[in-house]
Design a protein around this ligand. Structure first.
Ligand code: MN
Length: 191
């Protein structure tokens, strides 16, 4: 049985309003958890980790497991007042190597979030050599399903921002940088 994760903070306002956070975590993510538990009951997936299910499943099971994994990574990468508001260490080196600067990386990441058609996720991911790339994945898809390591993600499903930003996805993505806790990505990258 999977359980809804607890959030490591009380509020991310004003970047994400308390109302959006409450619906996104308490309703949308809770529904994916409830759906997955019903779908895997009595199947080979019942004893697997989320990552294993994402790698081995398809259809409704993949969609619900992927959405749980994506939201767990998403919600745990933020802090209302980040202790580390910019990339550091090995991850900073890899970003500069790939994009030339953190600002150029952010501009590329935002552009790929804005141009992702419909619902999905924009990801910073790494391969086994530690090389970084940005990917647009539709629906519940994610780097784990493609054998890559997930580092940072912005949710561009409308439920992530519509109450606060309506159709202004670009404005929402720009604001999200203010709550990214980069120590989390550095840990994911070095793991
Ligand atoms: Mn979402």
């Amino acid at each position: 049985m999977f359980k809804l994760i607890d959030l490591p903070y009380k509020s991310l306002a004003p970047v994400i309003s308390d109302e959006t956070l409450s619906f996104h975590h308490g309703k949308h993510l809770q529904t994916y958890v409830d759906n997955l538990n019903k779908l895997i009951a009595g199947t080979e997936f019942e004893t697997m980790s989320l990552e294993e299910i994402v790698k081995k499943s398809s259809g409704a099971i993949f969609n619900n497991a992927g959405q749980i994994l994506n939201h767990e990574l998403y919600f745990t990468q933020f802090a209302p007042a980040p202790s580390c508001p910019a990339p550091t260490g090995h991850l900073l080196d890899a970003i500069v190597k790939q994009w030339g600067s953190v600002d150029a990386f952010k501009a590329d990441f935002e552009a790929k979030g804005v141009t992702l058609f419909g619902s999905g996720w924009v990801w910073l991911q790494s391969n086994e050599a530690g090389e970084l790339s940005i990917a647009q994945y539709p629906g519940a898809d994610n780097p784990v399903a493609h054998g890559l390591k997930p580092l940072l993600t912005f949710d561009v499903w409308e439920h992530a921002y519509y109450l606060d930003y309506q159709n202004r996805r670009a404005a929402h993505l720009k604001e999200l940088w203010g709550i990214v806790e980069w120590t989390v990505m550095e840990k994911r990258y070095n793991k």
